[in-house]
Design a protein around this ligand. Structure first.
Ligand SMILES: NC(=O)c1ccc[n+]([C@@H]2O[C@H](COP(=O)([O-])OP(=O)(O)OC[C@H]3O[C@@H](n4cnc5c(N)ncnc54)[C@H](OP(=O)(O)O)[C@@H]3O)[C@@H](O)[C@H]2O)c1
Length: 346
């Protein structure tokens, strides 16, 4: 068998209910390449171009059966949002060369997928196919949904954004700034803090070197916090609750600081929740999945598309080359090594 007859796949090798994931959670293997001749009715042979790497994949590796997303099946390819080019199709409406968005793209170099799951992207997008898992990808949409539906931003208010240099955070910072808010960003290195300032934050600090969180927030936002876009949970969320203004909105988007705790005892117990009562604050979670296909998606494409086209939106991307390196890209999300939206160029 020549190397062109083989594809690379990333399989789930074991579950990790607690603690940090490791390369042992994945298995990179070679397998025979699917061929055009093997296609059944309405099937499409695609070559994957870009795959999104996202923190929620940690939940799929936990093995839990009661999570908000199904777990990965052991010894099967893991999957996430992807963009692919069509090599062959038996379905009408999709043809060789089309660029397609694949919602649950298997982590393999080539796949056979059902035509009905694909969304054809406009022709001529080959050069920027990556946009569909970066600036127009799921985390970016999450930023828009969280900010607009729960944050309900008003010009002149102050928003605090954690993991502000990350995939969601960068977009929140820029959309909030464009709407006239005072933006305070938090990130885990001085380089990341510089990026957050360069994309428009009025103030930003490094939570790893700032000293007491409560004091650092007070110093960066003496006027108090009207909106907290929470990507991290834990102790930083607690410190923010101590700094909220009356009527504050807390957008509970994610809690990455808690995803790898070794046991329930290690999970951070919030102490300042009574402030939600006394400040008559709203504390609401979001799951972006339920907004796909809604008018909010059109609003997102219009607002983000306009800013992007006008060159007013910057998006730092952390691109890993080669599917065989994708497992490390997942791990990099959880120790601060990722910087920007993480994607794999297959
Ligand atoms: N609810 C939804 O529908 C939805 C959708 C998408 C994402 N999310 C959530 O939103 C959050 C951000 O997602 P994202 O895609 O933009 O990822 P991201 O922020 O790019 O995630 C990676 C970054 O998280 C930070 N991080 C890692 N461990 C941390 C810890 N222990 N404490 C504080 N920060 C830590 C690191 O940056 P630093 O160097 O700054 O620490 C790392 O570079 C995540 O919690 C994710 O699960 C939710």
């Amino acid at each position: 068998m020549s190397s062109s007859d083989l594809i690379t796949r990333v399989l789930a090798n074991k579950y990790s209910p607690n603690g940090a994931p490791s390369l042992d959670n994945f298995k990179v293997v070679s397998a025979p390449a699917p061929t055009k001749d093997s296609l059944k009715e309405n099937q499409v042979l695609v070559r994957n171009l870009y795959l999104s790497v996202d923190p929620y994949q940690r939940g799929r590796l936990s093995g839990a059966t009661n999570s908000f997303v199904p777990r990965y099946e052991l010894n099967e390819p893991i999957y996430n949002f992807g963009v692919a080019v069509v090599e062959a199709a038996t379905s009408t409406g999709i043809a060789e060369g089309d660029i397609v968005a694949v919602p649950n793209a298997s982590w393999e170099t080539k796949s056979v997928v059902n035509a009905g799951t694909l969304r054809k992207l406009p022709t001529g997008t080959m050069d920027n196919a990556r946009d569909f898992v970066t600036v127009f990808g799921m985390p970016s949409f999450t930023a828009f949904v969280g900010l607009t539906t729960i944050g309900k931003p008003k010009a002149g208010e102050t928003i605090l954004v954690s993991s502000a240099s990350g995939a969601v955070g960068q977009i929140v910072v820029q959309l909030a700034k464009a709407r006239g808010l005072r933006v305070v960003g938090v990130a885990g290195s001085d380089d990341k803090v510089e990026l957050v300032k360069s994309i428009g934050a009025d103030a930003a600090f490094n939570y790893k070197t700032c000293g007491t969180f409560t004091e650092a927030i007070k110093q960066a936002a003496p006027e108090g916090i009207d909106i907290y876009f929470d990507n991290v949970g834990g102790e930083f969320l607690d410190a923010t609750l101590a700094n909220i203004n009356t009527g504050a909105r807390i957008v509970s988007c994610g809690m990455i600081s808690q995803y790898n705790v070794k046991s329930a005892d290690e999970a951070y117990g919030l102490k300042n929740t009574f402030n939600i009562v006394t400040k008559t604050a709203t504390f609401q979670g979001i799951l972006v999945g339920k907004y796909y296909g809604s008018p909010t998606e059109d609003e997102f494409m219009a607002e983000v598309g306009k800013l992007y086209k006008e060159g007013k939106l910057r998006y730092r991307i952390d691109e890993t080359t080669g599917l065989e390196n994708a497992p490390q890209a997942v791990l990099n999300l959880f120790d601060g090594k990722s910087f920007g939206k993480s994607v794999v160029k297959v």
